[in-house]
Design a protein around this ligand. Sequence first.
Ligand code: CP
Length: 304
Amino acid sequence: MRRRSIIGALDLTKEEYEELFSVSDEFKRRGFSQSYSYLEGKVVSLAFFEPSTRTRMSFETAALKLGAKVIGFSGEEGISVAKGENLADTIRMLSSYSDLIVMRHKFDGAARFATEVTDTLIINGGDGKHEHPTQAMVDLYAVREVFSSPSNLVYGILGDLKYARTVNSLLRALTLFQPKFVYLISPPQLRARREILDTLNYPYKEVQDINEVISELDVLYVTRIQKERFADEMEYEKVRESYELTYETVTQMKRDAIILHPLPRVTEIDRRIDKTPHARYFMQANLAVYLRMGLLYLLLGEKK
Ligand code: CP
C-alpha cells in the first residue's frame, strides 16, 4: 500500500482493501496478546476534537500493539483551541510531534484541510457528516469475516442516511465490491443525500419500511440518528423515534443474515436482539483493532 493520507473510503483501491484485510487477518490470527516492534520510534497523534470511544481507543490500542508511542487529546477543553487557536495551527503543531495523525472533527472537510497544512500523514477518524473511512474498512472486514467476501450480497442500510458519515463511507466503499443489491431504508426526512446516491454504481432502492425487505437481506447495517448533526432541535424531535429494529422484525431474517452497527447505539435496536445469532455488532467492533493495526502497519511500517 502506498503511503498517503486516508480521507475517504475511496482513497484505497479494491486491491488495497484486499491487502489490508489479509494483513489484518495475520494480526488477528496471531491473537490479541501479541505485541510487535514494527512502529518502534514512531509517534501517532490522536487528535479527537469530537467524542469517540471505539475509533480513538482502537487506534490507540493498535498503535501501542505495534510498538508506537501515542500522544493526543480528546475534546477541545484541554488544548489551546480553548484559547482561540485555529485548526491549521493545531495541526501544524501536532505534525512536529508525530509521524501520523488520526483526527476527528465536527466540520465536513476538516481532515482534507489538514492535509493542506502539513505533509504528515492524516487518517480521517470522522469529519462532520462527510466520511469515516476506517469505519467502512471495519464494516467490510466484518462482512468478509462472516461471508468470505463483501461482494454479491444483499445489503440493507437502515437509519439516518442523511447525516451518518459511516453510511456515506460504506456506500462509497461498496462501489468497489459489486453488492447484489442495496436497500436504503429510512424515514423520508433522513434519506441519503443526492451527492452520495449519484456516485453509486450498483442497484439500489430507497424504501421506508424495513419489513418490506427484511427477508431478502444478507447484511442489515443499522445506524443511530446523528442528533449532534441537526441544525435545529425541532427537526431532530420530529424524527427522534422514527425507526427501531424490533425483535419481531429480526425473526423474519434469513437464517445466516447478520446485523451490523458502527456503534454507539441508542434506542434503535431492541436489546433482545443482542442474544440472537444475527447480532454481530460487537464482533464488528472487536475486529477494529486488527483492522487498524493492519492499516497503521501498511502506512507507517518499515517493511515496504
Ligand atoms: N463507530 C464509531 O465511530 O464509534 P466512536 O464514535 O465511539 O468512535
